[in-house]
Structure formats: C-alpha cells, structure tokens
Ligand binder design. Structure first.
Ligand code: AP5
Length: 215
C-alpha cells in the first residue's frame, strides 16, 4: 500500500512523472485537474462550477474539490494506493486527505516535491500541447506532436493548447501555488514524508531521482 503526493508548481512535471509512475508502481494517478477538465467536457453542473476558477488560473473552492476526490478514491483501482497529482492544493485539502486515508488505515507515505523555478515553468507550460482525447502531453520543443498531427498514443487529431496555459495565467497559477499550496510542505515535513527533488533535467533523469526518493 503506497500513497504518494506529487507536489510542485504548475508545470513542474507532476503529470509527466505521474504517468510514468503509474506504469512502474501499478497504482493509479489521481489528478484533480484532469478530473475537473473531464467534468467540464461532460457539460455537468459540477463541471460548470469549475469553469470560471480554472480559466482564470484560480484555485477551485475546497468543498467542490473534496466532493470529486472522495468519489474517485472509492473506485476499485485506488484501494492499494494512489499517486495524487495536483491534490492536495491547500492545507484544508491535505487535512481532508489525511482523514480520508486514516479511515482506510492508510496515510500519505511520500510527498515528492519537484522543485522548478518560475522561468522554466513558464517555458514548459506555454510550450505544452495536450491530446483532448487521451490526455497525452507534448511539448513543442522537447517532445513535439508528430507532423501528421495524430496523437502518438491514441491517433486522434485534437491536440490543443490548454486555455490556462498562457504566460499571464501561469503567473496567476504560480502565485496561487506559493500562497495556498506551498504551506502544505510544512504540514507533512514533521512526519518525515517530504523528499525535495530537483525538477530540472530530462524526464528520464527526474524519474530516476523520484524513484530514488521513493526508495
Ligand atoms: P492542474 O491540471 O492540476 O495543473 P497544474 O498543477 O497547474 O499543473 P500542470 O498540469 O500545469 O503541470 P504539471 O506539473 O502536471 O506539468 P506537466 O507534466 O504537464 O490544475 C489546473 C487548474 O485546475 C488549477 O489552476 C485550478 O484552477 C484547478 N485545480 C486542480 N486541482 C485543484 C485542487 N486540488 N484544488 C483547487 N483547484 C484545483 O509538464 C508541463 C510541460 O512541461 C509539458 O509540456 C511537458 O511535456 C513538459 N515537461 C515535463 N517534464 C519536463 C522536463 N523534465 N523537461 C522539459 N519539459 C518537461
């Protein structure tokens, strides 16, 4: 049983590393951002509530996030652990996560804090493209989509830039990270769960650092 938080500013590489860890560790990625985008795409009432916060680069209120998270953790594939990507984002969300895991006789075993300064973050995010069909992530410089425009994972042709991936929105998201999310490290540090990992380097180098931190 392993529960891991992949922590870091927007664009730190949480989603990229989470997808690799899913294959290596056999536990699912739980990304509140991906779940919210899927909910918006479905046109549900809940999805409509997320919309204005996300397009402005602001955090979605805790009560809406926790509703979504609680439903996801109940699914069968998350019974032996999970990789939390982009969650928790506030100390209140961290406390709710701890309480939910404790009821299942689980705890946050590792917090992997990917450290990337703001300028590389902006370069990574403004260059990011995402397949709307399967969620596969590209970067126009480091891992561009093929010239055919077909996704290498699923063959779909709807590879787009996220609406919140402009420089202005990234700066807003980065401020929200420093104000609301960064204090979570102090919440987990006394328990010895936090490992700080240099997030600059190739994807493969960072995976090896993460695996070392996980022991
Ligand atoms: P969310 O979707 O969680 O976005 P984020 O945390 O801002 O993180 P990103 O997905 O932008 O970045 P990432 O760290 O996953 O980087 P990636 O691997 O893609 O949240 C979006 C919004 O939803 C929030 O603003 C908020 O409104 C809302 N929200 C979500 N969860 C919430 C919560 N719990 N509470 C409240 N609100 C919430 O990499 C980025 C790019 O860099 C890619 O192009 C990738 O290919 C490239 N890249 C990755 N690694 C490397 C490398 N080593 N070298 C070069 N390029 C790299």
């Amino acid at each position: 049983m392993t529960d891991i938080i992949l922590f870091g500013p927007p664009g730190a590489g949480k989603g990229t590393q989470a997808k690799i860890l899913v294959k290596r560790l056999g536990i699912p990625q739980i990304s509140t951002g991906d779940m919210m985008r899927a909910e918006r795409k479905s046109g549900s009432e809940l999805g409509k509530k997320f919309e204005s916060f996300m397009t402005q680069g602001l955090l979605v209120p805790d009560e809406l996030v926790l509703e979504l998270f609680a439903q996801r953790l109940q699914k069968d594939d998350a019974q032996s652990g999970a990789i939390f990507d982009g969650f928790p984002r506030t100390v209140a969300q961290a406390e709710a996560l701890d309480a939910t895991l404790a009821k299942l006789d689980r705890k946050v075993d590792h917090v992997i804090a990917l450290e990337v300064p703001v300028e590389p973050v902006i370069e990574r995010i403004t260059g990011r493209r995402v397949c709307l069909s399967c969620g596969h992530t590209y970067h126009m410089r480091y891992s561009p989509p093929p010239p055919s425009g077909k996704c290498v994972e699923c063959g779909a042709t709807d590879i787009v830039q996220r609406a919140d991936d402009t420089e202005e929105k990234v700066r807003t998201r980065n401020s929200a990270y420093h104000e609301n999310t960064f204090p979570i490290l102090a919440h987990y540090e006394p328990g010895g769960a936090v490992s700080r990992v240099d997030g600059i380097g190739s994807v493969e180098e960072i995976t090896e650092r993460v695996m070392n931190a996980l022991g």
